[in-house]
Design a protein around this ligand. Structure first.
Ligand SMILES: Nc1ncnc2c1ncn2[C@@H]1O[C@H](COP(=O)(O)OP(=O)(O)OP(=O)(O)O)[C@@H](O)[C@H]1O
Ligand SMILES: [Mg+2]
Length: 362
């Protein structure tokens, strides 16, 4: 799993001063989540292929050792429930300071990416086993309630890349028609906004329950199928995008006219017993370096921020001999491997600072 954060596309006029834990840390963090053996593996007498070096974020395979930022799970890794707090919570917090971020779950088919992201079956999982996405949703609306001085608008988009085509999982999920709608979604570069998916739906949500319902409905539409290595193998790369827009409310303003203030079930409770409005306002002001510096907003310093979080559950890399794929599954496997290989090339080009990044090879 990898998480990365970057400043918003509208760069500040002044040099940017990082002010959150997310921005103080490295901008790319790579963590390993070692899953336990599943029933079928136990029945076959399989053993763990990886060892975890005690006290180090390091895994071993044979004579090789690989060091990461974190290792969770396995006999010696950090407890799996700590993954969210260590890797993703700072990114969700950073959203409210205007930082864009992406979390990728990457790995071989059957290694536990979909389970780790928690993009399906949330209701069925016990609290401590919830995945990254449900935790992020809860956390996100927690942050909203802590900012009573801001109008917050939360919008979500959900697409999958299946056989090299982008399909909208939201169009159908919100009642727009057949499964995997949105044919004709195009990748466009819009001046001032960066890369956009033209034709993909975005839906405004006002509570974590609404957000969960949209995600769950979209997940059901996602392409999955049984292969020789996973009974419910994801056959597509799924991208769940949350956009948080914040605008500072003017004195006496009740929220009409501008971006709607987010309401959550616990908002009144927070007003009544927890932090005061002033405290929350101080926080919001302190965490808005970009807008404060840019002066682009009519409302003045720190009055408007917008940032996106992409939560990506990639399809798994496959050895086609081992998955036993034929026909449609085989074509999916070929496209999955191609997409992952090109993603690797993009990340290499970015990390090496190459002048050409092959974004459009896949
Ligand atoms: N941490 C975990 N604890 C218990 N079971 C797990 C865990 N992670 C994964 N599993 C189980 O392992 C199996 C494979 O997991 P999953 O479908 O998430 O893999 P995947 O990496 O998404 O595979 P693919 O690339 O084929 O989509 C599932 O049965 C899942 O329930
Ligand atoms: Mg999967």
């Amino acid at each position: 799993m990898a998480g990365a954060s970057s400043p918003p596309s509208k760069a500040p006029a002044e040099p940017h001063t990082p002010d959150t834990e997310a921005s103080k840390a490295e901008c790319v963090c790579v963590a390993v989540h070692v899953r336990p053996l599943v029933e079928s593996e136990l029945a076959e007498g399989c053993e763990h292929a990886l060892t975890v070096t005690p006290g180090l974020p390091q895994v071993g395979h044979g004579a090789h050792r690989f060091t990461y930022d974190h290792v969770f799970g396995g006999d010696m890794g950090r407890p799996a429930w700590e993954l969210y707090g260590a890797c993703v919570a700072p990114l969700v917090e950073g959203l409210f300071s205007g930082y864009n971020a992406t979390v990728f779950a990457y790995g071989q088919t059957g290694s536990g990416k979909t389970f780790t992201m928690g993009s399906s079956g949330f209701g069925a999982r016990p609290e401590e086993a919830r995945g990254v996405i449900p935790r992020a949703m809860e956390d996100l609306f927690g942050h909203v309630t802590q900012r009573p001085a801001m109008h917050c608008t939360v919008r979500v988009g959900f697409v999958e890349i299946h056989n090299e085509e982008i399909r909208d999982l939201l169009t159908a999920a919100v009642g727009g028609g057949g499964a995997g709608g949105g044919a004709g979604i195009k990748i466009r570069e819009v001046p001032g906004q960066g890369v956009c998916l033209a034709g993909a739906a975005e839906v405004e949500v006002t509570s974590r329950e609404e957000l969960a319902a949209v995600l769950e409905a979209g997940s059901v539409l996602r392409a999955t199928a049984a292969t020789g290595m996973n009974r419910r193998s994801s056959r597509s790369h799924a991208i769940f995008t949350v956009t948080v827009e914040q605008r500072r409310m003017e004195e006496g303003e009740d929220g009409a006219g501008g971006p709607r203030r987010c309401s959550t079930a616990s908002q009144e409770d927070t007003h009544g017993g927890g932090r005061s409005g002033d405290e929350a306002e101080d926080d919001a002001a302190g965490e808005a370096p970009q807008a404060a510096a840019s002066g682009e907003d009519e409302g003045g310093a720190g009055s408007y921020l917008c940032a996106k979080l992409h939560l990506v559950d990639l399809a798994g890399s496959e050895r086609l001999k081992r998955t036993g794929a034929t026909g449609a599954r085989l074509q999916e496997g070929i496209d999955i491997n191609k997409g992952l290989s090109e993603l690797g090339n993009v990340i290499s080009a970015l990390s090496e600072g190459k002048p050409h990044v092959p974004y459009r090879n896949s």
